[in-house]
Design a protein around this ligand. Structure first.
Ligand SMILES: Cc1cc2nc3c(=O)[nH]c(=O)nc-3n(C[C@H](O)[C@H](O)[C@H](O)COP(=O)(O)OP(=O)(O)OC[C@H]3O[C@@H](n4cnc5c(N)ncnc54)[C@H](O)[C@@H]3O)c2cc1C
Length: 381
């Protein structure tokens, strides 16, 4: 199995490897985690429904714990044991430190024996009809073909499935820029509290998740066109320059910029099923896990397996922010814990398909759900 390595890709790789598959994680940058690390999105949003019930577990919960293994942790006391309980309204979420999460992810991959290719780009598919037989990967060594039985497209933007010609939709992006900064006041606070993380601030500029605070007159950016991505990055950095002008010097400093474009929306799959806002609180027979509305308590979605696959290719599956969803359902399906839930399911489906020697659409959902349950995943809310 071959997959790129954001949170969804890492989760898919872990799940497939633990089910006995050979796995290759490919990453065009030099760290695992995608937007969660390179994109400095250092908030692991909730695994619970806001009413005290955990609705995401398995690898999603395991990665939350890994994100705070070496570093910063804002886990509420009610969720320290991961149990919550009726009436607990604080959410099971945490801030984490990006560099330390990266270190923990490397360690996890090493412990699990998962092969990684960093600084390597999946650039071309080897197709035979509706089957993708392998991926051409380009890196310093050159261009090489890697054959695989299942390709998990966790590029975040369906870079691979779109090359196979599958139906996709695209989303727009408001201007946003997140970066790490510090100032003397925070440092003083850190010394007083004896907590070094109190000295580091994540500065959020521009639009929030729902477009509020979009800078006046700002464009919408398409996340699948290089020129627009470049403009988005430059406009974001300009926004930061303008924000800090006059502040930087002896008392303020920017300490880390994101290493990838912080685009919330790229391509999403036109799958067998498109999850929409009307599916909130709906049960699906082929559910592979759940995610929540992180703003409003009690709003939970199940993810049908059909949102990860398409009739157009037999052995490619997606997970993470490119699954088949729209509107508010897509917004909430893209958060880190949800990407881990769909990633785990994609990896387990891949393992079943490889074992059975059949396509992904022929995976029996009951087999998949059985495997998810064995891996401590929650299937229905
Ligand atoms: C501004 C912003 C704020 C957000 N805030 C939060 C938040 O507070 N909490 C939260 O939980 N979520 C938040 N999110 C959403 C969340 O961070 C992402 O949706 C999620 O991390 C996406 O994970 P993914 O694995 O699907 O994709 P990605 O993180 O995009 O991972 C894709 C990976 O594939 C690699 N890749 C892509 N193409 C190739 C290729 N051709 N070859 C090799 N490698 C390739 C990329 O380098 C990357 O590592 C935010 C997102 C943004 C943009």
């Amino acid at each position: 199995m071959i997959s790129p390595s954001g949170i969804a890709g890492v989760s898919a790789a872990l799940a497939a490897k633990r089910s006995g598959c050979d796995v290759l994680l490919v990453e065009k940058s030099v760290m695992l985690g995608g937007l969660a690390t390179l994109g400095v999105v250092a908030i692991y949003l909730p695994l619970c429904d806001g009413e005290g019930k955990k609705i995401s577990s398995g690898i999603s919960e395991e990665l939350l714990r890994r994100s705070i293994q070496y570093g910063h942790n804002t886990l509420p006391p009610e969720w320290l044991d991961g149990k919550g309980g009726a009436g607990v309204t604080t959410r099971y979420r945490t801030d984490f430190s990006v560099p330390e999460f990266v270190l923990a992810l490397d360690e996890l991959m090493e412990d699990e024996g998962i092969e990684i290719l960093y600084d390597s780009v999946c650039c071309k598919l080897i197709m035979a009809g509706s089957v993708c037989e392998g991926v051409v990967i380009e890196n310093k060594t050159g261009r090489r073909a890697y054959m695989g039985k299942i390709i998990v497209d966790t590029t975040g933007d369906l870079e691979l499935m779109s090359k196979a010609g599958v139906t996709c939709a695209e989303g727009d992006n408001w201007l946003t820029y997140w970066a790490y900064a510090t100032d003397l006041e925070s440092m003083r606070n850190a010394v007083e509290k004896r907590d070094v993380y109190a000295g580091i601030k994540l500065r959020w500029l521009g639009a929030t998740w729902n477009g509020d605070h979009t800078p006046p007159g700002s464009d919408l950016y398409i996340g699948t066109k290089s020129e627009e991505i470049t403009k988005f990055i430059l406009d974001g950095r300009k926004m930061l320059r303008e924000e800090i002008e006059g502040e930087i010097g002896r008392s303020q400093a920017v300490i880390a910029l994101p290493g990838m474009a912080q685009l919330r929306s790229g391509r999403r799959l036109g799958g067998y099923y498109e999850l929409t806002q009307d599916d909130a609180l709906k049960h699906f027979d082929d559910s592979i896990g759940c995610f929540s509305n992180f703003k409003k308590a009690g709003i939970v979605y199940e993810i049908p397996y059909r949102a990860l696959i398409t009739p157009e290719v037999d052995n490619m599956i997606t997970a993470g922010r490119s699954l088949s969803a729209s509107g508010e359902a897509w917004v909430f399906a893209k958060v880190i814990p949800a990407c881990a839930v769909s990633g785990q399911a994609a990896g387990l489906a891949a393992a079943i398909a490889v074992k059975n020697g059949r396509g992904l659409a022929e995976v029996y959902v009951t087999d998949l759900q059985h495997k998810i349950a064995q891996a401590v995943g929650i299937i229905h809310f």
